[in-house]
Design a protein around this ligand. Structure first.
Ligand SMILES: Cc1ncc(COP(=O)(O)O)c(C=O)c1O
Length: 364
């Protein structure tokens, strides 16, 4: 929206789990060296699968360049309340941190917090920009729910997270007995995977020949709601609202799901050396703003390769766009979108959710 031109830094990718982790400090350093005009670094930590990147190291790199680090910590609002959880982005030196208080704490859906520390980001400017983007009639219900969630964690956070972690450990131990591989914190953390939120339980169904989307439908019918289905995995969240009965149901239904399915070899998280090497940073052909507002036309998806997208195409979940406005459309992105769609994954952001057509920037 701002007109900024993003420099995309590819995150570490683990082919053994088909999961993207964090951007490595080395790739951020390379991007900053190649683009000294950069005004801020933005990273996601933890990922939707609970993997935390090297926030402290990346903050130090940004600060060496005199620019702020902004962290999307949507999934980490609980981190500050127990020593067994990863360090929070603020504690690691980030300047601006956004948390979805409604995701992991008890605020109502839609409520989130933007935390600011230090003087690299101008608080007055942020307040002005928020006034431009937000309603001038804020919801008292949402604000009160944020304050209640804050009060609950300030007064009972440690106790609640202690109980949550106990349930998590129990669930992990019991799920392990089903033979389903569970994403674990590596014994020797490597670049892009500094830590893991243990309350995020990610199981790989592909070893049993199952697909995350169809498994999700079956589990939903039996009363278990996964947070995030993907092609190969299901991610579950154990939160301060989870009960021992919930864990019992989860373990029982997962056991039921894999019973009778033959397991292939169990894989473990790749060691750092087997992670695919980082792809150099990339810049879209046009800024997302320019592409979004440019004159555009709708073309058949098969004929869009090489053209500049005027819209977003994003499998949701997990909500990570494969095509953004301004990017040149690749065959790889289209094939991956079609694969996800064929297996039951919804695609959002684009005018034609059936993906038969896509909006592209009209050539002059
Ligand atoms: C990493 C990440 N950032 C941001 C969001 C959006 O957060 P919200 O729903 O609070 O707007 C999500 C939603 O799932 C997310 O996974």
């Amino acid at each position: 929206l701002s007109g900024a031109l993003p420099v995309f830094v590819h995150p570490a990718y683990d082919p053994s789990w088909d999961l993207a982790y964090g951007m490595t400090p080395a790739s951020v350093a390379e991007a900053l060296a190649q683009h000294p005009e950069t005004r801020a670094v933005l990273m996601v930590s933890p990922t939707y699968h609970g993997v935390c990147g090297e926030v402290g190291q990346i903050a130090a790199l940004a600060h060496q360049h005199g620019i702020p680090l902004i962290v999307d910590e949507a999934h980490g609002a609980h981190f500050n309340f127990h020593s067994e959880l990863p360090a929070s982005a603020l504690a690691s030196g980030a300047d601006l941190v956004v948390q979805s208080t409604h995701k992991l704490l008890a605020a109502l859906t839609q409520s989130s917090m933007l935390h600011l520390q230090g003087s690299r980001v101008d608080a007055v400017r942020i307040a002005q920009l928020l006034q431009m983007l937000q309603s001038s009639s804020p919801s008292s219900l949402l604000l009160a729910s944020l304050d209640a969630a804050r009060h609950q964690m300030a007064t009972q956070g440690q106790t609640l997270m202690e109980r949550t972690l106990q349930l998590t450990h129990q669930a992990r131990a019991q799920i392990q007995q089903t033979g389903l591989p569970i994403l674990e914190r590596p014994e020797n953390p490597f670049e892009g995977f500094a830590d893991l939120d243990p309350t995020r339980i990610v199981v790989d169904l592909s070893t049993f020949g199952l697909n995350g989307f169809t498994a999700d439908v079956a589990l939903t019918e039996s009363g278990v709601t996964a947070e995030l289905p993907t092609l190969r995995q299901l991610a579950f969240i154990v939160s301060l609202g989870t009960t021992p009965q919930d864990i019992e149901t989860l373990v029982r239904e997962l056991t039921h799901l894999v019973r009778g399915c033959k397991a292939s070899a169990v894989q473990s998280v790749a060691k750092s050396l087997s992670l695919s090497p980082g792809t150099p940073p990339e810049i879209p052909s046009l800024s997302p703003r320019e592409a979004f507002f440019a004159p555009h036309i709708s073309v058949a998806i098969e004929q869009s390769v090489g053209l500049i997208s005027a819209e977003t195409a994003c499998p949701y979940p997990p909500g990570i766009p494969l095509i953004l406005p301004g990017e040149q459309i690749t065959q790889a992105a289209i094939s991956q979108l079609q694969r996800i769609k064929a297996q039951g994954g919804p695609i959002v952001g684009c005018a034609d959710p059936d993906l038969k057509e896509i909006l592209v920037v009209r050539s002059p």
